[in-house]
Structure formats: structure tokens, C-alpha cells
Design a protein around this ligand. Structure first.
Ligand code: PSU
Ligand code: MN
Length: 301
């Protein structure tokens, strides 16, 4: 099938309560079998909340909006997939490869199916040591370009948080706290960073997204949903572990797209598996809120 034929097959989901899910977290963000377990739990959480899940990925060069359970298991088990961000889309489709999509690439593909809501765990951002490495994730620029609204648990503490927030402000990206006035830091449910925008319900989020559409802004909001309290890890303890992981990374000479997967992997070991438990809990919680939001948007139509 040519890419042109592939794109023609993509259904317009604008009249469905659709929620997109990414696949980089499946292949590069978590170990097997927890990754598959988590991906399927997310789909279930979305359905329970009144939404329809569509896990996005690329199988043998073909873009798929809504992977089957078997495809999710296959990708998660064999991990034979290239981590695909915006710049990799032409390559992976032309070469007929398997690709797992990052936040940026998933937004681009979700938009092709007119999906407005996308739930994930963590986004890429401005990395610590940015002055030296210039490591800024493509994810950050994507919010300003593509009108898909992303629910995450906040910028991960492996990032430079203040610079990530400044970047989002400069790019003109709405950052909205869901039931919080402070920026949650992924593994930790709160922080000292104040938010300018917050809401208490999916209906308020749906109204804001509707208004962005009416204004013709053609950009996505970043919705920050804190990890449930019982899974929140101590910020300063986590910070120590992150510093250790970054030191290992520098010693191993890891750069570019390998940075985030490397750090996530090392943290699982350094925290005795605690970071993985928290990661799974927050992803599922974001999927649930994604389902609620998609249902609220659907009702407004
Ligand atoms: N943060 C996580 N888990 C992940 C990722 C980020 O906690 O799996 C993935 C997402 O797919 C995100 C990508 O889009 O890493 C960012 O990679 P980079 O920093 O190379 O842009
Ligand atoms: Mn990077």
C-alpha cells in the first residue's frame, strides 16, 4: 500500500469521543510485560470513562490509528520499532519499518484522524544541561503547531522544569492544571511552580478547547493532571536518583533520542521499581481523564 492509499483509509473520528494513545512509551518507556499491561489498561480506562481509545503506531511502514490488542502485544514484546518523532515519519513509512510514535508524531497522526484528545504519561522538554547539549524535545514545538490537546502528568523531573515552562510560554502554548494550581512534576504530584490556568472539571476543559477552535488558534493545550497522591514519590529523593541516572548517562556518552529512554530505564533500577509503579499509575490516570474529556467534548457537539 502506498502512503497515499494509507492516508485515504484513515477515518474521520471527529464525531466520536476518541482519545489517542502513543507507542514510544510502550517500546522505549517501560519494560515488558508492564508496558503491554499498562497500554491495555489505558484503553480500558478510556472506555470506562466514556471515550474510545485509539493507540497510534506504524506497522511495516503503515500508519495505524487504533492498533489491535495483538499489535500492541507484538510491539511491546519485541520492541522492534524505531522511536519516531516528527522528523522520522517520512523515513519510517518509506522504508516499511515498524515505528512507535512519540508525543509529537502521535499528535501529527491523531490530527489526520481529527482526534482532539491525546493521553500520555510524560512529554519531552528542555533537558538539564541544555546550555551544553541544546537538547530540547520536538514535542515542545508541536503543541504550537498541531491542535491536539495532550494530557500528561507534568514535565518529568529529568528535565529542566523552569526552562521547559518558559519555552511553552514563548511558543504560545496553553498550560492548564487539572484540579491543581501547581505544576505537577510527573513522579511527584505537586511543586512550587505556580500555574496561571487551572480547571476543576472535564466540561471546563472542553469549553476551553472549543474556544481555541472558534478563535482559529490551530494549536493544542497541555493539560497537567497530577499523579494520584498514593503513588506520588518524594521530590528530593527522586532528584537524587535523577542526578545519579544523569551521571551514568554522561559516562555512557548517551545523546539525542536515546537520552529519555536511557534515563527512564536507569531510574527503574535506581528506585527499586518505584518509578515504574508510579509511571503506570499516572498513565492510566491520564487515560481516564482523557476519556472524560473526550466524552465532554462529544456532548458539546
Ligand atoms: N516521558 C516519559 N515516558 C516516555 C516519554 C517521555 O515519561 O515514554 C517519551 C514520549 O513518547 C515523548 C518522548 O514524546 O519520550 C520524548 O522523547 P525526546 O525527549 O527524545 O523528545
Ligand atoms: Mn532530545
Amino acid at each position: 500500500m502506498t502512503l497515499e492509499e494509507n492516508l485515504k483509509q484513515i477515518t474521520d473520528l471527529s464525531d466520536r469521543p476518541a482519545v489517542a494513545l502513543e507507542t514510544t512509551v510502550l517500546t522505549h518507556g517501560m519494560p515488558y510485560p508492564q508496558n503491554v499491561e499498562c497500554a491495555l489498561a489505558c484503553e480500558e480506562a478510556i472506555r470506562k470513562a466514556g471515550g474510545e481509545p485509539y493507540t497510534i503506531g506504524i506497522i511495516k511502514g503503515q500508519i495505524k490509528i487504533g492498533l489491535s490488542k495483538e499489535e500492541i502485544e507484538e510491539l511491546g514484546k519485541n520492541m522492534q520499532a524505531m522511536k519516531v518523532s516528527r522528523r522520522d515519519l517520512p523515513y519510517v513509512t518509506a522504508q516499511g519499518l515498524n515505528g512507535s510514535t512519540t508525543v509529537a508524531a502521535t499528535m501529527i497522526l491523531a490530527k489526520m484522524a481529527h482526534i482532539k484528545v491525546f493521553s500520555t504519561g510524560g512529554i519531552g522538554g528542555v533537558h538539564r544541561g541544555f546550555n551544553e547539549t541544546m537538547d530540547v524535545s520536538t514535542d515542545l514545538g508541536e503543541f504550537a503547531k498541531t491542535d491536539v490537546n495532550v494530557i500528561c502528568a507534568g514535565p518529568k523531573a529529568i528535565l529542566d522544569i523552569p526552562r521547559t515552562l518558559e519555552y511553552l510560554e514563548t511558543a504560545g502554548v496553553e498550560v492548564i492544571g487539572y484540579k491543581t494550581k501547581k505544576v505537577p512534576l510527573f513522579y511527584t504530584s505537586t511543586s512550587n511552580y505556580d500555574l496561571d490556568q487551572w480547571v476543576d472539571s472535564p466540561e471546563e476543559l472542553a469549553h476551553i478547547i472549543h474556544n481555541a477552535d472558534v478563535l482559529g488558534l490551530k494549536q493544542g493545550a497541555l493539560i497537567l493532571n497530577p499523579v494520584p497522591e498514593e503513588y506520588s514519590l518524594d521530590a528530593s529523593w527522586m532528584d537524587e536518583k535523577i542526578k545519579e541516572a544523569i551521571a551514568m548517562m554522561e559516562k555512557d556518552g548517551i545523546t539525542g533520542k536515546r537520552v529519555t529512554p536511557y534515563l527512564l530505564d536507569k531510574l527503574v533500577g535506581l528506585t527499586g521499581g518505584n518509578s515504574l509503579k508510579t509511571n503506570m499509575a499516572l498513565i492510566e490516570n491520564n487515560a481516564r481523564v482523557g476519556g472524560l474529556l473526550a466524552a465532554a467534548l462529544h456532548k458539546m457537539r
